[in-house]
Design a protein around this ligand. Structure first.
Ligand SMILES: Nc1nc2c(ncn2[C@@H]2O[C@H](COP(=O)(O)OP(=O)(O)OP(=O)(O)O)[C@@H](O)[C@H]2O)c(=O)[nH]1
Ligand SMILES: [Mg+2]
Length: 371
C-alpha cells in the first residue's frame, strides 16, 4: 500500500531534518511503500530548504509550498496532492515537532492492515499519555477541546478527537468533500473525524505518548480556538437539521398516507384496495424526500440505482407489514374507523423503514448524527 505521511510545517527548520531522518529509519522495517509529504507554508525560517536538501538523497520525500492560511487548509492541500498526484492508499497526519513519535508510525499502520479506515494516535485511551509537565491550563484546554468535540460536535465514542497523529485510508477520504468542512485551522481535525464517522469509517484508537516540543514555537492561536468551538456547534446544528428533516419527512408520510386513503375511500374504493395504494404512495414520497432532501449529501456520488433497489426491497417489506397490520386490525376491530386501522399499520412499517433505511439504504451511522 502506498502510504504518504503528511507533515504540515511552519517555521520548523530545527525539527524537519531530524524528523525526516527518524521516519526513514522507521520505514526500513515496514512492508509498505512509505513516503513523506511536507506541506510548507513558505516558512520564513527556510524549513523548505532543509526538505529540498533531503530530497537530493531521498526519492520518497515530497514537498509542496503554499501561503499560510491555517493547519486545516494546509492538510486539505496535502491530502488532495497525496490522493491525486501521489495516488496514496493511506495518508498520515503528523506534526513536525516530535510531539508524535516516529516509532509509533508502524503501530498505527498495523491497525490499517487489520482493516481500520481511520486510526488515531490517542492520548486518552488506556495506555496513552500527555506530558507530565503540562500545567492545569494546558490540561484543561485539551480536555475542554475534547469535551466540546465529543459532546457538542457529537463524536462521543472517540476519546481523543483533537489528536493530530492519525492514519486514514484514502478510500474513506475520497468520500469526504473538503469544501464542506468550512474550517481553516485546528478545528479541521474534528471536522474531518466527524465526516469520517458519519460516512461509516471504522475508527480505531491506538494509545500513544504525546511529547512536548523542544524546538520552535507552538502555532495554536486564539483564532483557532474560536473557530474550533464555532465549528463544533456548526456540526451539531447540521446533525440536528438532518434529524429534524427525518422527522418532518416521517410526519409528511403519515399525512400523505391517511390523506390518500381518505381520498380513495371518498371516491368509493374498497378499503382493502385503498389501503396498500395509500401505503405505497406514502413510502415513495418518504423515500424521495429522504433521498433528495434529508440525506441529500449521500447522493453526491453514484449509488442511486443501488439505493433504488434497496428502497424497493424495503418498500415491499414495509408494504407487507403495514398492509398486514391494517387487514389484521380491520378484522380484529371492525367497529373502528378504517383510518385508525390504517394508522396502526404505519407504526411497525415506520420502525422497519427507519431501521433499514438508516442502516442499509442510506447507511447512516447513528440516527441524528448525519451531516
Ligand atoms: N503548513 C502549515 N503548518 C502549520 C500551520 N500551523 C501549524 N502548522 C504545523 O502543524 C504542526 C502542529 O502545530 P503546533 O504548533 O506544533 O501545534 P500544537 O502541537 O497544537 O502546539 P504545541 O503543543 O505547542 O506544539 C506543526 O508541524 C506545525 O509546524 C499552518 O498554518 N500551516
Ligand atoms: Mg506541536
Amino acid at each position: 500500500m502506498k502510504t504518504v505521511i503528511i507533515i504540515p510545517t511552519y517555521n520548523e527548520r530545527a525539527n524537519i531534518g531530524p524528523m525526516l531522518a527518524a521516519l526513514q529509519k522507521q520505514f526500513i522495517g515496514m512492508a509498505h511503500d512509505m513516503h513523506v509529504l511536507v506541506v510548507d507554508d513558505s516558512s520564513p525560517d527556510g524549513t523548505a530548504d532543509v526538505v529540498r536538501e533531503v530530497q537530493q538523497r531521498c526519492a520518497n520525500v515530497h514537498l509542496i509550498m503554499g501561503q499560510k492560511a491555517g493547519l486545516g487548509v494546509a492538510y486539505i492541500r496535502g491530502m488532495t496532492h497525496a490522493m491525486t498526484d501521489l495516488q496514496a492508499d493511506v495518508v498520515f497526519e503528523m506534526d513536525a515537532d516530535f510531539s508524535h513519535k516516529p516509532e509509533d508510525v508502524p503501530r498505527l499502520m498495523k491497525e490499517i492492515d487489520h482493516g481500520a479506515d481511520f486510526v488515531i494516535g490517542s492520548r486518552y485511551v488506556p495506555g496513552g499519555t500527555i506530558p507530565k509537565e503540562w500545567g492545569l491550563l494546558r490540561k484543561l484546554n485539551s480536555w475542554g477541546g475534547n469535551l466540546v468535540a465529543r459532546h457538542v460536535a457529537g463524536i462521543p465514542r472517540v476519546r481523543d478527537c483533537t489528536a493530530g497523529f492519525r492514519a486514514i485510508r484514502t478510500t474513506l477520504l475520497k468520500k469526504i468533500d473538503f469544501n464542506k468542512l468550512r474550517v481553516q485551522g485546528y478545528g479541521f481535525q474534528v471536522a474531518l473525524l466527524h465526516a469520517a464517522v458519519v460516512r461509516g469509517g471504522r475508527v480505531v484508537e491506538v494509545p500513544v505518548d504525546f511529547i512536548d516540543r523542544t524546538h520552535g514555537e507552538s502555532k495554536l492561536g486564539l483564532r483557532d480556538i474560536f473557530e474550533f468551538v464555532l465549528n463544533a456547534w456548526w456540526i451539531r446544528y447540521n446533525s440536528l437539521k438532518t434529524f429534524i428533516k427525518f422527522l418532518i419527512t416521517g410526519a409528511s408520510g403519515v399525512v400523505v398516507n391517511l390523506g390518500m386513503f381518505t381520498l380513495l375511500l371518498a371516491m368509493g374504493m374498497n378499503k382493502y384496495i385503498a389501503s396498500p395504494i395509500a401505503i405505497e404512495i406514502s413510502i415513495i414520497s418518504n423515500f424521495l424526500l429522504n433521498n433528495y432532501w434529508t440525506f441529500r449529501w449521500r447522493n453526491a456520488k453514484g449509488g442511486v440505482r443501488q439505493k433504488g433497489l434497496k428502497f424497493n426491497a424495503v418498500s415491499i417489506l414495509s408494504l407487507g407489514l403495514s398492509y398486514g397490520t391494517f387487514v389484521g386490525a380491520s378484522i380484529a376491530f371492525p367497529e373502528l374507523p378504517p383510518q385508525l386501522n390504517q394508522f396502526l399499520g404505519i407504526i411497525p412499517a415506520t420502525l422497519v423503514n427507519y431501521f433499514l433505511n438508516s442502516y442499509w439504504t442510506f447507511k447512516h451511522v447513528e440516527p441524528g448524527r448525519g451531516e
